[in-house]
Design a protein around this ligand. Sequence first.
Ligand code: FES
Length: 213
Amino acid sequence: MPSDTAGSWTPVALSADLPPATVIPAWTPAGAIALWRSQSGRASASSDRCPHRGMRLSHGFVRGEALSCIYHGWSYSVAGGCVRIPAHPDLAPPETIRVAVQRVEESDGIVWVAVGEPALPPPRLGDLVPVRSLTLSAEIAAIETAAGGKANADGLIQLVESPWIRLLPAAQIGGTLVHVLVELERTVADRIMASRIAEALRRRVEKRQKDAA
Ligand code: FES
């Protein structure tokens, strides 16, 4: 997880897995978030807790440029302010009704969410393309051991047996979300192979975890 003295960036999802007008649950070291993309294509992140009665906003829905809670339909803007309360359609919601939001940056097919106020932008991975994400029931250190190398300053782990594949991990509760990337010039067949290699690594890591328990 690339960081500086003011904060850090978590690679929470692949851009391709967050189409317009959708919301998904995600996680950063600061807690659970609702990650959503507006109809016009802007990616946003908010706390995964509705200020009204605490429903998870990641269970909600996106209409236009707002995220709505599934419970009573309160809607929140990209900036976090409540913009609509369906039970009181003529009421302008008070500015005090807000959901906490996090900075989001999207580059090279990865959605990054800030924890704190990082002074630097997230790393550029321009010579790599994302293939897929998968969740492993293991910590990052165990994944590094199985891959044969440590994460570099950008958070990327290079597979020693397939150096054209990189893993970009993000710690989660109970495991790790791993984004699989390959070098830009790789073929479609290579990308399929990278996906299978990552699945094999997951089986290996999780078996070791199980055997060690
Ligand atoms: S709990 Fe979200 S609108 Fe009521």
